[in-house]
Design a protein around this ligand. Structure first.
Ligand SMILES: C[S@@+](CC[C@H](N)C(=O)[O-])C[C@H]1O[C@@H](n2cnc3c(N)ncnc32)[C@H](O)[C@@H]1O
Ligand code: SF4
Ligand code: SF4
Length: 387
C-alpha cells in the first residue's frame, strides 16, 4: 500500500505521469463497476468506449476471395470515403478512448482522409493508433508518412506464401518488399514505431504454409503473427473452413508453433475446438463506418446487421446508451432476449456453424464472382511512382 502510494505521488510530478495515473484509475473503476452498473441499470454504461474503429473508406484495390466485399449487397453497402466533417464529430470521443483502429472494411491507405485523420489524432489526442492493411500502398512515401506521423501499429494481411497469390491476386514478394521499405524508413528516421505484425486468415488451402509464413515474419524482424479462422461468406468456401479439416489444421499449427518458438515469433493461433466467450464488444468498443453508421462490434459492420444509430443524427453519448445498445448489453449479460445475429456469432461461440454465411443479404450462394484482382491502373501507377 505504501509503495503504491509512493508510486502514485511520484507519477503526479510529471504531465505524462499524471496522464498515466488518470488512465490507471479510470481502468480500475471501469473493471470494478462497469458490469455491475450495467446489470443494475438495464444495460447503461457510464464509461466511454476504450476502443473505437473508424473506417477511412470501404473501397479497396484488391478482391480477396474470402472478403465480404465480394458478396455483400452493393445497393445496401455503397462505397465511399469518410468526409473530414464526420471525423470532426468523432473527435470528442478521442478525448476518452485510448485506442483507435483506423480501418474497418476496405483498404485504409486508400482513404482520402487517412493521413489527415492520423495526423490529427496523433497531434491532438493521447491515442494508440493501429490498423490492418493489405500492404500494397506501403510504398516509401506512405511509409515515411506513417513513421513521421507516429502510427503505433500496422498489421499487414498475408495469408500464406504460395497460396497468397491465389487468394489475394498478388505475389508475396510485393509484401516482403514493402515491409522491408517500412523497416528501412523506420531505421533512417530513428523510430521503433509503427510495430509491424502479420495477420493471416487460415483455411484449408493455406494452413500448410503457416510455418513458412512464420519464417517470413522472422526474416522481416516481425515479432507478432496473428492467425484467424476464415469466415465463409460464400457456399463454395465452406469446405475451406479449418473446422472441416481439424486434424490437418492441428498438424500444421503444431509445426508452426514449434517453428515460432525456434525463431522467436509470438504466434497467436485460433482454437480448433468449439470455444465459448463472453462478448464484451458492446461494453468496450464502437465501430464507425464511413457514412456515420455506428455499430457495436466488428461482426456487425455491414448494412442490415445491428443498427444503433448514426453520428449525423445523434451524439456518440446518445448512441452509446441508446435503448438498442442497452438491450444488446443486457442480452449478453443475461443470455435472455438475445438477437439471432448474436446467437449465431463466432465471437460468442466459436464453432463451424458460426463461421458460415455471416452476411445478412448478398450473393453468397454464388461462386467466386470475379477472378482475383490484378491491381487497378491507378494503384499500379501509384506503386510504380513511389517504389
Ligand atoms: C476487412 S480487412 C480490411 C483491411 C485491409 N484491407 C486488409 O485486408 O488487411 C481486415 C482484416 O479482415 C480479414 N478478413 C477479411 N475477410 C475475412 C474473412 N472472410 N474471414 C476472416 N478474416 C477476414 C483480412 O485478412 C484483414 O486482416
Ligand atoms: S484487401 Fe482484401 S480483405 Fe482487405 S478489404 Fe480488400 S478485398 Fe477485403
Ligand atoms: S455476440 Fe457477436 S454480433 Fe453480438 S455483439 Fe458480440 S460480436 Fe457483435
Amino acid at each position: 500500500m505504501i509503495a503504491q502510494t509512493r508510486k502514485a505521488v511520484g507519477l503526479l510530478g510529471t504531465s505524462d505521469g499524471r496522464k498515466q495515473l488518470k488512465r490507471s484509475v479510470a481502468r480500475r473503476l471501469r473493471e470494478q463497476f462497469m458490469y455491475p452498473i450495467a446489470r443494475m441499470t438495464g444495460g447503461h454504461n457510464p464509461f466511454a468506449p476504450v476502443k473505437i474503429a473508424i473506417e477511412p473508406t470501404n473501397r479497396c484495390n484488391l478482391k480477396c476471395e474470402f472478403c465480404a466485399r465480394l458478396y455483400w449487397d452493393e445497393a445496401d453497402n455503397p462505397e465511399d470515403d469518410i468526409p473530414i466533417e464526420l471525423f470532426e464529430k468523432i473527435e470528442p470521443l478521442l478525448e476518452k478512448s485510448p485506442k483507435v483502429i483506423l480501418q474497418i472494411f476496405g483498404e485504409p491507405l486508400m482513404g482520402k482522409a487517412f493521413f489527415n485523420m492520423l495526423e490529427r489524432i496523433k497531434q491532438n489526442y493521447d491515442c494508440h493508433v493501429g490498423f490492418n492493411t493489405n500492404g500494397i500502398l506501403l510504398h516509401r512515401r506512405n511509409a515515411e508518412r506513417l513513421v513521421r506521423l507516429g502510427a503505433d501499429e500496422v498489421y499487414v494481411s498475408i495469408d500464406g506464401t504460395d497460396a497468397f497469390k491465389e487468394i489475394r491476386g498478388i505475389p508475396i514478394k510485393t509484401m516482403v518488399r514493402n515491409i522491408n521499405i517500412l523497416n528501412e524508413v523506420k531505421a533512417e528516421l530513428g523510430s521503433t514505431k509503427p510495430d509491424v505484425g502479420i495477420a493471416m486468415v487460415a483455411m484449408k488451402k493455406n494452413v500448410h504454409e503457416t510455418a513458412d509464413l512464420v519464417d517470413v515474419a522472422a526474416s522481416l524482424g516481425i515479432k507478432n503473427m496473428w492467425v484467424a479462422h476464415m469466415e465463409a461468406h460464400a457456399d463454395y468456401l465452406i469446405d475451406e473452413l479449418l473446422f472441416n479439416h481439424v486434424e490437418l489444421a492441428r498438424t500444421h499449427f503444431d509445426i508452426a508453433k514449434a517453428r515460432a518458438k525456434e525463431v522467436g515469433v509470438d504466434l497467436v493461433l485460433p482454437p480448433l475446438e468449439k470455444t465459448e466467450y463472453f462478448c464484451d464488444q458492446p461494453f468496450n468498443t464502437m465501430w464507425i463506418n464511413w457514412d456515420g453508421a455506428v455499430r457495436p462490434c466488428c461482426r456487425a459492420v455491414y448494412a442490415n446487421t445491428i443498427d444503433i444509430g448514426n453520428l449525423y443524427e445523434n451524439s456518440w453519448e446518445e448512441i452509446w446508451n441508446s435503448q438498442a445498445m442497452k438491450d444488446l448489453r443486457m442480452s449478453l449479460l443475461t443470455g435472455e432476449g438475445m438477437i439471432e445475429f448474436c446467437e449465431k456469432c463466432s465471437h460468442r461461440v466459436l464453432c463451424k456453424d458460426h463461421l458460415v454465411r455471416i452476411l445478412p443479404r448478398g450473393n453468397a450462394e454464388e461462386g467466386r464472382p470475379t477472378e482475383a484482382a490484378t491491381l487497378d491502373q491507378e494503384t499500379q501507377a501509384e506503386v510504380q511512382m513511389n517504389a
